[in-house]
Each structure stands twice: as C-alpha cells, then as structure tokens.
Ligand binder design. Structure first.
Ligand SMILES: C[S@@+](CC[C@H](N)C(=O)[O-])C[C@H]1O[C@@H](n2cnc3c(N)ncnc32)[C@H](O)[C@@H]1O
Length: 281
C-alpha cells in the first residue's frame, strides 16, 4: 500500500461518513501513524506504508469516523508557536483563541515591570502558557473549575518548562479580594445552553463545562466583568473571547465609571468576538 492510495481511500471513507475536511484529516492521521511530516505524504505519494502504520491509521480512522476531534486522536494541538497536549479533559484550542492571545500580548507590551496574568478558564493552558513563554518575567495564575483541566494544564506547563512561573487554582468564580494582576484573559464557556444539543459531534465530545455558558451564554463572562475590577492593577485589563453577537451585548453592561477604556473587536472572519476593558490608571 502506498501513502497516496491510503489517503484516497481514507478521505473517501471519511467523506461518506459526513466528516468535515476529510482530506486534511486523513493526511494528519496517516502522517502521525507513519511518523513523517504531513507534507511529505503529498510530495511522495508512492511512499510505502508499513503494516504497523496501516494498523495505527485504521484505528485512528475509526475514531475519526465516530466524530472524535482530530486533536484528541493526535493528542496535541499547535497553538501559536507551541504544541499543547490535549485530550478529553479539555477544549481543543481554536484559531480565534490565537487571536485572543495576540491581543493579550499587545496589551502586555504596553505595561512596565514584572507582569502578572490570570488565564481564567485556562483549560489546556494554551493562552496563558503561550504568554508565559513570550514574556520571560510573566507570572501566570491559571484558574479552572475543572480539576481534570487543571491537571492537563499542569502537564503542559511542565512539558514547556514553565511550571516554575505558574500557579494553578481550581475555582468556580474569580476570587476577590486577591493579589492584583495586570491582565485577566479569558476564553470562558460562552455557548447558550439551548444551542448545545445541536452542535457537531466533534464539539459534543469536548467537556460540557468548557462549552456551556448558561442561558444566553454569558454567565461566566458576566461574573468576570463584575469581579475583575477588584483583581486588576491600576490600568489593568480584562480581555475575553465571546461568541457571535455577544461582545456588543456585554460591552453595554460594562459601566464606563469602572471601565475607562472598553471596546469590542472583530476576529479575522469579521465576527465581533473580543471584548477589551481596562480600568482607571
Ligand atoms: C472555552 S474553554 C477555554 C479553554 C482554554 N482557555 C482555551 O481557550 O482553549 C472554557 C474553560 O473554562 C472552564 N470553566 C467553565 N466554567 C468555569 C467557571 N465557572 N469558573 C472557572 N472555569 C470555568 C472550563 O472547564 C474550560 O476549561
């Protein structure tokens, strides 16, 4: 069996099962099974596939056909320029969250001195750990309600050599009072409860706690808007990712007396997705 034939066969199978992006999914899974870079499969379609790799590929395809996210099968997801371990304990970090991390970095570059950041709803730890890697003086507090997510984030911190600068806290709310930080960055669960049942199987295999934001999806985000001013340094910021039509709504609930600067901004697809608020300097 050659790589080209294995790929053609696998993408047809995935397509027949209604899996999105059957071609790229098949490529990533075969590359992983063979232990070669994905692009090599495309440039060398005659590459022979050994029996052990074919078996591993077949097992992975079965999982993909059942609607498991690609990143869970591979066991990792690239986020900015770091590789994050992911599994059923955490949400798979999304491309728009890389934009959130970029906005957070832009804000941190405007701050002087030692930086302290809280990643609220840290999940795999992707956002906060990438920031900790970018800013060598940064101290990170990674908070999550899920003990399983905290365990995953701690494994990632260890693997990236960042554990010494990270504190992990399991909590269902932002604790106040507490040590003030420069930035609270959060990709909270923001899907309205009523929408969850209709989501794609890939999304439904992610932890419900990572998705469900309550009635209108803004439960955790609202709690952060209320409590964050009590945990931010002067001029500190809260930066959040939200779903479609939620950013403007939440912005309207942020009092100008507390949030000196506040704005919503769009992601690369043009969706108003990010909320930025900073407190009085
Ligand atoms: C959308 S996921 C984001 C994960 C990760 N930050 C990312 O962007 O990939 C939301 C995370 O918030 C956590 N979470 C949900 N409700 C929470 C709450 N009330 N307090 C703290 N964390 C919460 C979930 O366990 C989940 O890990």
């Amino acid at each position: 069996m050659t790589a080209g034939k294995a790929l053609a066969h696998a993408s047809a199978r995935l397509e027949a099962k209604g899996i999105e992006e059957p071609g790229p999914n098949a490529e990533w899974l075969l590359a992983d099974a063979m232990g070669v870079p994905r692009l090599r499969l495309l440039s060398e379609p005659d590459l022979p596939v050994e029996a052990a790799a074919l078996l591993k590929f077949e097992q992975a395809l079965l999982l993909k056909e059942q609607g498991l996210p690609l990143a869970y099968i591979l066991g990792w997801q690239d986020f900015m320029d770091i590789r994050i371990k992911v599994d059923g304990r955490v949400l798979v970090p999304r491309p728009e969250t890389e934009e959130l991390a970029g906005l957070a970095a832009d804000f941190l570059r405007t701050r002087a001195g030692e930086l302290s950041v809280m990643d609220y709803g840290a999940g795999s730890g992707a956002i906060g750990l990438w920031l900790a890697k970018e800013f060598s003086s940064l101290r990170l507090t990674a908070v999550d309600k899920s003990a399983r997510a905290i365990a995953c984030a701690a494994e990632n911190a260890e693997a990236l050599g960042l554990a010494g600068r990270v504190e992990f806290i399991r909590a269902p709310e932002l604790a106040v009072p507490g040590a003030p930080v420069d930035l609270i960055v959060s990709n909270p669960p923001y899907i309205p409860t009523g929408v969850i049942a209709g989501l794609a199987p890939e999304v439904l295999s992610e932890p419900r706690m990572a998705l469900d934001g309550g009635g209108d999806g803004l439960g955790v985000a609202r709690m952060l808007v209320r409590r964050a001013p009590l945990r931010l340094k002067k001029g500190g910021a809260l930066i959040m990712e939200l779903g479609e039509a939620q950013a403007k709504k939440l912005l309207g609930e942020m009092p100008s007396s507390v949030w000196q600067v506040k704005r919503a901004s769009k992601d690369l697809r043009g969706v108003e997705r990010f909320v930025f608020g900073s407190t009085v300097r």
